[in-house]
Structure formats: structure tokens, C-alpha cells
Design a protein around this ligand. Structure first.
Ligand code: HEC
Ligand code: HEC
Ligand code: HEC
Ligand code: HEC
Ligand code: HEC
Length: 271
């Protein structure tokens, strides 16, 4: 490539970068428009999960996921999958025709697109916008040349879009204790609100979160938001003052939360 061609190409790349940046604001709006439609986009069938041979993640951050999409070999059909978010194809188009494909939908209907045979031409950038694409599988009948293309869209995992929320969550501190609050947000949260998370407390202890007047509020018992192995009983029982709490007849009694818990593991009386 000579110098002026290289400059031209560099300028095109800058333009593409600008395009990607400016499209992100729009993608955000699409998220609201399409976010709630689960019917055509069942969990577990994202292209990368369901059809990994033809979809490889080559870049992903909080804003964009770029896939390299490879046309499967002739005579094969990729597994059914979907693309949940809007995206665009980006190609360095040099002509030379298109493969003969059949586009299969889950209801059994098929769209046949015969191959084309065009002369090659000097490369041009081609950008093709795609709305969210429900379940489908592409069968390649014949392919004159092996081809791959880039497809850029939004991330699909919760953490993909909500990394910053995860990092900034202090009550309970999430990133400080991933052993308790891992990045699989969907196991505890829905997509409506962060509060009211479902948390399976009984996997750790039989002590109920509704004990006394704690009312399921984690921080009432877990006084260090970044270390949930710490808990308190004595704040409520005696106001942290041993003189306020009597346990006269019990041998081995100590006014200390860890000891309270040892003798009352489920918060009930009588040891
Ligand atoms: C493609 C990006 C994207 C993905 C993937 C995504 N979200 Fe969101 N989510 C957003 C955007 C954008 C908003 C609205 C702006 C905001 O509040 O951050 C939002 C809002 C939310 C809210 C409301 C926040 C509030 O302030 O009340 C919750 C809760 C939420 N998402 C949970 C989830 C969960 C759980 C998952 C995974 C099952 C998920 N999101 C996947 C982009 C995404
Ligand atoms: C094991 C369960 C669990 C997982 C997994 C989890 N969280 Fe949470 N999260 C909670 C609980 C419990 C709360 C407290 C809910 C409440 O206060 O009602 C919470 C609260 C939050 C809050 C609100 C914090 C505040 O200060 O109000 C945010 C934001 C949040 N989680 C984000 C995330 C994100 C993002 C992920 C995934 C990357 C995630 N969480 C994964 C259990 C979980
Ligand atoms: C009424 C008091 C109380 C409330 C409320 C409470 N917990 Fe606990 N929690 C305990 C006790 C007691 C233990 C057992 C202590 C231990 O195993 O170290 C425990 C254990 C845990 C553990 C395991 C700690 C470890 O080191 O193994 C986690 C994680 C936890 N709780 C999270 C939560 C979350 C999240 C909430 C709010 C949704 C919550 N708890 C509400 C009392 C409470
Ligand atoms: C949010 C405050 C609060 C915290 C934290 C708390 N308790 Fe209680 N607890 C109460 C209240 C309120 C009662 C019911 C009235 C009473 O007996 O004082 C109670 C009752 C009890 C009882 C008697 C239950 C019965 O069946 O008669 C025991 C035992 C007990 N708590 C132990 C504990 C232990 C052990 C811890 C720490 C792991 C703890 N509590 C943490 C408020 C709390
Ligand atoms: C060595 C074991 C032991 C320790 C430590 C201990 N308890 Fe107890 N607790 C008992 C026994 C046994 C009883 C029943 C005594 C009785 O009925 O006279 C009891 C009774 C209670 C009761 C009254 C329950 C009722 O309804 O009669 C409460 C509340 C209580 N404990 C809370 C606590 C708290 C809070 C702590 C920590 C400050 C604590 N216990 C430490 C063994 C213990």
C-alpha cells in the first residue's frame, strides 16, 4: 500500500470510529424499545453461546461487542441462535459474489437466497444496519469464497453493561466480596430495580434474616458492608453494653456476638 492510500484508509478508520461512537447513544434507546421482548430471544441462544463456530468475540467492553462472523462451510447449517440487540455489519467489500444460503426460522419456514456471481472491484467500506434478529439458522448451500465479516452491537451479559454499577455497589459491597456477590447479577436481580434482590441466606446459615425486628435489612446484622462474615447480635440485645443483658443461669455465657450465635444458631431461645 503506498502512502496516500494508507492515509486514505486511516481517515476512513477514523470515520468508522466516529460512527461507532455516535451510534452508541442510539443503541441505548433501542435497548429500551426492545429490552422487554423475551419471546423471540430466549435465554441461552445468544449467537456466541449457541453458534460459537460462526461467531467469535474479538472485542468487548462496557459499550460494544464486536463479533467476527464466519460463513459456515458449504453443506452445513449453523445452530439456531439470535442477536438480541441491534447491530451493524462492517465489511471491506471487494465484490466477487455472494454464497447461496437458506435462512431457517424456528417455525420451519425457509428463505432461499441464490448465490450471485459478480466481478470483483476495488474495495469499499460497506455498513449494513440490523435490527434485533430473532431465532434463525443459516444453511450454506454453496460458497464461491470463504468469507468473514464484523458485526458490532451491544454486550449481552448483565456485567457487560453494568460493570460500573457492580464496582460502585457498596451496600452490600459487591466487588470486595465476589465469593458472596458474583458477577452473575441475574441470579439475584431482575432488570427492573436493584433493590429487593433475591438472596438465598439459608445456603450459609439457618439464622433467619427476618429475626427480631431486623426486617431482612442486611446491614442491620452485617455491620461491615465489605465483609459479610462479620455480624452483630449485641447491638440489639443490650445495646452493646454487657450490663444491660442478663444470662445468669447459663454456664459458658459470654457477651459476644460470635458466642451468642454459637449457642443460638437459628436465633431461638433455650440454646
Ligand atoms: C445492553 C446493555 C444492558 C444489558 C445487557 C443489561 N442492562 Fe440493565 N440497564 C441497561 C441500561 C442502559 C439501563 C438504564 C440506565 C441505567 O439505569 O443504568 C439499565 C437498567 C437496569 C436496571 C434499573 C437500574 C435502576 O437505576 O433502577 C436494572 C435493575 C438492570 N438494568 C438490571 C440488569 C440485569 C439483571 C441484567 C442481566 C439480566 C441487565 N440489566 C442487562 C443496559 C443493560
Ligand atoms: C448473590 C446475590 C447477588 C448477586 C449475584 C448480585 N447482587 Fe447486587 N445486590 C444483592 C443484594 C442482596 C443487594 C441489596 C438489595 C437491597 O438492598 O434491597 C444488592 C444490591 C445491589 C445494588 C444496589 C446497591 C445500593 O447501594 O443501593 C446494585 C447497584 C447492585 N446490587 C448491582 C449488582 C450488579 C451490577 C450485579 C452483577 C454484576 C450484582 N448486583 C450481583 C445481591 C446480589
Ligand atoms: C438478623 C440478622 C441477619 C440479617 C438481617 C442478615 N444476615 Fe446474613 N448472616 C447472619 C448470620 C448470623 C450469619 C452466619 C454468620 C457466619 O456464618 O459467619 C449470616 C451469614 C451470611 C453470609 C455468609 C457469611 C460467611 O462468612 O459465610 C452472607 C453472605 C450473608 N449472611 C448475607 C446476607 C445478606 C445479603 C443479607 C440481606 C439480604 C443478610 N445476610 C441479612 C445474620 C443476618
Ligand atoms: C435487629 C436487632 C436484632 C439482632 C441484630 C439480633 N436480634 Fe435476637 N432478637 C431481637 C428481638 C427484637 C427479639 C425478640 C424480643 C426479645 O426476646 O428480645 C430477639 C430474640 C432473640 C432470641 C430469643 C428468641 C426466642 O425464641 O425466644 C434469641 C435467642 C436471639 N434473639 C438471639 C440472637 C442472636 C444469636 C443474634 C445474633 C446472631 C441476634 N439475636 C441478633 C432483635 C435482634
Ligand atoms: C453458652 C451458650 C449461650 C450463650 C453464649 C448465649 N446464650 Fe442465650 N441462652 C442460652 C440458653 C441455654 C438459654 C435458655 C436459658 C433459660 O431459659 O434460662 C438462653 C436464653 C436466651 C434468650 C432468652 C430466650 C427465651 O425466650 O427465654 C435470649 C434472648 C438469648 N439467650 C440471647 C442471647 C444473646 C443475645 C447472646 C449473646 C450476647 C446469648 N444469648 C449468648 C445459651 C447461651
Amino acid at each position: 500500500m503506498n502512502r496516500s492510500k494508507r492515509l486514505l484508509r486511516a481517515r476512513k478508520l477514523v470515520l468508522i470510529a466516529l460512527f461507532i461512537a455516535s451510534s452508541l447513544a442510539m443503541l441505548g434507546r433501542y435497548f429500551y424499545a426492545y429490552g422487554q421482548d423475551k419471546s423471540g430471544f430466549p435465554d441461552g441462544f445468544d449467537a456466541v453461546q449457541a453458534a460459537p463456530n460462526s461467531h467469535k468475540v474479538i472485542f468487548e467492553n462496557e459499550f460494544v461487542r464486536v463479533l467476527e462472523v464466519t460463513v459456515p462451510p458449504p453443506g452445513t447449517t449453523e445452530p439456531m441462535h439470535h442477536h438480541r440487540w441491534p447491530s451493524f455489519f462492517l465489511d471491506w467489500d471487494t465484490g466477487g459474489g455472494r454464497p447461496h444460503i437458506r435462512y431457517h426460522r424456528p417455525d420451519g419456514s425457509v428463505r432461499d437466497s441464490p448465490g450471485t456471481d459478480e466481478p470483483t472491484h476495488p474495495g469499499t467500506w460497506s455498513v449494513h444496519w440490523m435490527k434485533p434478529e430473532p431465532m434463525h439458522a443459516i444453511e450454506v448451500v454453496g460458497n464461491p469464497k470463504s468469507a468473514s465479516t464484523l458485526r458490532a452491537g451491544l454486550p449481552t451479559t448483565c456485567i457487560g453493561c453494568h460493570q460500573t454499577d457492580y464496582n460502585n455497589t457498596t451496600n452490600p459491597g459487591h466487588s470486595a466480596q465476589p465469593q458472596f456477590f458474583p458477577t452473575t447479577c441475574q441470579s439475584c436481580h431482575n432488570t427492573t430495580a436493584w433493590t429487593g434482590a433475591a438472596f438465598n441466606h439459608t445456603q450459609y446459615t439457618q439464622f433467619p434474616t427476618s429475626h427480631g425486628n431486623a426486617n431482612n435489612l442486611c446491614a442491620t446484622c452485617h455491620t461491615n458492608s465489605n465483609d459479610y462474615s462479620v455480624f452483630q447480635c449485641t447491638g440489639c440485645h443490650g445495646g452493646n453494653n454487657p450490663n444491660n443483658f442478663q444470662h445468669d443461669n447459663v454456664s459458658g455465657y459470654v457477651y459476644n456476638s460470635i458466642n451468642c450465635y454459637q449457642c443460638h444458631p437459628s436465633g431461638q431461645g433455650g440454646g
